[in-house]
Design a protein around this ligand. Structure first.
Ligand SMILES: [Zn+2]
Length: 213
């Protein structure tokens, strides 16, 4: 059994979505200063690094991070390699031989290579899903979809109302963004995704493991 840890490390110099704060660690107690223990206050935007989007991220009043169905977060998963330069479309998915009944898919694109430099500046030209791909996944019965950069939909989609997030989140599809899939080959895995259980939370970083049997 091999376990792949596909969460990016939370660190102060990591790239974040424009306008959102990355991790900040403030010492509360330090043994080196004479305290009995080491304790810190950690703050970060709830869509920092590898993180989960719950429905409430785009749908007011919908399920928050603590209300996600746990059966979507754990179970068999396909990592799908995508080497093209356009965004992922329904047309491409229809030809990708995704096995029938697949409920969890993670897309490994050229984005993953960006994590080679953990302190790189945020990139706008990442690969994402287009609206047709989001509808294809919903219609195929997918319960969880992940991508290897900070949004599941192309940068600048605010102008057209974030149709990819809306299509997925309205269908209760769990979204994982910011995965580091550099060292993971395409294929079948068991997924374990653990976002923090924050009451009413609008997102959360998540430790994500892919287990290869
Ligand atoms: Zn997000």
């Amino acid at each position: 059994m091999r376990i792949h840890d596909v969460m990016v490390t939370l660190r102060s110099d990591m790239p974040t979505w424009p306008g959102e704060q990355g991790p900040h660690v403030e010492p509360l107690k330090r043994i080196a200063r004479g305290d009995s223990s080491n304790v810190s206050l950690v703050t970060f935007g709830d869509h920092t690094g590898t993180h989960v989007d719950p429905p409430v991220h785009f749908v007011e009043g919908a399920n928050a991070i603590d209300q996600l169905p746990v059966d979507a977060l754990v179970g068999p998963c396909r990592v799908i390699a995508y080497d093209e330069e356009d965004h992922i479309s329904a047309k491409w998915l229809a030809s990708a031989n995704v096995p029938r009944g697949t409920e969890r898919v993670l897309f490994k694109t050229r984005n993953s290579e960006l994590w080679r430099d953990a302190g790189h500046a945020f990139q706008q030209d990442f690969i994402a899903l287009d609206e047709t791909a989001a509808h294809w996944l919903v219609e195929s019965g997918v319960k969880l979809v992940g991508i290897d950069y900070l949004s599941i939909e192309p940068f600048g989609s605010g102008k057209i109302g974030h149709p990819v997030h809306h299509a997925l989140l309205r269908a209760q599809v769990v979204i994982i963004e910011g995965l580091d899939l550099r060292d993971v080959a395409a294929g079948a895995y068991e997924l374990f995704c653990g976002p923090l259980k924050i009451a009413g939370g609008t997102g959360s970083p998540a430790r994500v493991f892919l287990v290869e049997r």
